[in-house]
Design a protein around this ligand. Structure first.
Ligand code: SF4
Length: 443
């Protein structure tokens, strides 16, 4: 639970020695409460203070690694309170009896979805034992690691097979699923040996929290919760109750990301997967590789997990549209993602190749950036000069958005020898502008 400044001050030496850079212990405590300072700046902090403040600074939902990805770490119940930090990770299940496992693994490995400048991929492969003995799932796990390089979510029938797969996956930050009160000790040892996390399961909430509490007390804290809900409503309720308990009531035993296996995408499975994304799911395992499901779920996820406080932006640089050369036209707009994708799309639609200059505008749209002084003539000219772009092309004309025609004089002053053309106000008119002004003009 977060401590207030006054509560923190009581734990400090109260000598106001100023060595931490603050004038008083209270001022320093206020900074700690706002997470603008670290306790290590006070050389006189007691062990008790370190212990209490260390625990208080842990996120209420534990962060757990899955390969290079991380789940958990959330601090708020609602996105608008601050932001969600870890998007629901999507994994694909493959059964050890699947005849087309190799093709599915290659599909998982090659899957890439590009949205507003982000490349979205599958986070992990779940390998599930459905055959009687463990040989097939061990062989499948070896193939999955070799082909995809992704971490595994291990679901096998007996602890011997789990241990064999975990040993293969050593160092990949994989997850051992199906951990119950009966097999927890044995699987904890396998997880510790191979750097895996454990996904615990039990028939009810009390059983889950008893198991997470036991493992944490024993020093193992890389845990996920796999609540075996019997209905969509139960799954939704469990996720909401666990997250509320962790964030509002500081229930540590509930403060872990969830893992949910979707058994089939029809008959409610698709809705269950969407519910996981909408309501606090940590890792969601889809029953098979289906690009149509992935594109829908990843797009939904992007909407939920975009930081509402930060505009989505593209990297400031000069983008080639098509295959431009030294004489191709040059356009400029801001690095707000929506603006970038609309403008680049319209240039592409016109069929010409061009350069699109995107200076740093803190992700603002054209008029907002101009009003904030981030899209002035001198700002754009400076960006073009410093990027070295001017020296690499022969074109000396640049098209600016029609809404900021007033910057043309300043831009011409900043780029001697260049002519500034005022383009249309709306991106939808770019294609017509290119055909009527640029292509006709050069004909
Ligand atoms: Fe107080 Fe520690 Fe800062 Fe000194 S260094 S003012 S004791 S908080």
């Amino acid at each position: 639970m977060a401590l207030s400044g006054l509560q923190i001050q009581k734990l400090l030496p109260k000598t106001n020695c100023k060595e931490c850079g603050s004038n008083t212990c209270l001022a320093f405590a206020m900074k700690l409460a706002a997470k603008q300072a670290s306790l290590s700046a006070c050389p006189y902090a007691s062990e008790e203070a370190k212990q209490i403040l260390g625990a208080a600074s842990e996120p209420p939902v534990k962060e757990v690694s899955l390969g290079n990805a991380v789940t958990g770490g959330e601090t708020v119940l609602y996105r608008h309170e601050k932001t969600f930090v870890r998007q629901t990770l999507l994994a694909v299940n493959i059964n050890d009896t699947a005849g087309d496992a190799e093709a599915a693994l290659n599909n998982v490995k090659n899957y890439r979805l590009e949205r507003v400048g982000e490349v979205l991929t599958v986070a992990a492969v779940a390998v599930t034992q459905t055959s009687a003995d463990g040989k097939a799932v061990i062989a499948l796990a070896a193939k999955a690691l070799q082909i995809t390089g992704l971490p595994l979510i291990i679901r096998a029938k007996d602890t011997g097979t789990v241990k064999a797969v975990a040993a293969l996956a050593k160092g990949t930050k994989s997850v051992i699923a199906g951990v119950t009160i009966e097999n927890a000790d044995e699987l904890k040892a396998a997880a510790q040996e191979n750097g895996c996390a454990l996904a615990v399961t039990a028939p009810d909430v009390d059983g889950i929290t008893a198991l997470t509490g036991k493992l944490k007390a024993e020093g193992f804290n890389d845990l996920l919760i796999d609540f075996n809900a019997k209905s969509l409503a139960e799954a939704f309720q469990f996720n909401a109750i666990a997250r509320t308990a962790a964030i509002k009531h500081n229930v540590k035993a509930a403060g872990y990301p969830t893992l949910k296996f979707i058994d089939a995408i029809d008959g409610g499975g698709a809705v269950l997967a969407m519910t996981e994304i909408l309501k606090y799911g940590g890792v969601c395992v889809l029953p098979s590789f289906d690009p149509a499901q992935l594109v829908a779920l990843m797009t939904l996820r992007l909407n939920i997990y975009t930081d509402p406080q930060k505009p989505i932006q593209v990297e400031p640089k000069v983008y080639p549209i098509g295959e431009p050369n030294k004489k191709s036209p040059v356009f400029v707009t801001t690095n707000f993602s929506l603006t970038y994708f609309l403008v680049s799309g319209e240039i592409e639609n016109s069929g010409i190749s061009a350069w699109l200059v995107i200076p740093e505008c803190e992700g603002m749209s054209v008029l907002t950036a101009w009003a904030a002084g981030k899209f002035s003539g001198s700002h754009i000219a400076k960006f073009i000069k410093e990027s070295g772009f001017e020296a690499s092309i022969d074109t000396r004309e640049i098209v600016i958005p029609g809404y900021v025609s007033q910057i043309s004089g300043e831009l011409e002053e900043g780029l001697p020898g260049w002519k500034v053309l005022v383009g249309p106000q709306e991106s939808a008119d770019i294609e017509a502008y290119i055909k009527q002004v640029l292509v006709k003009g050069s004909a």
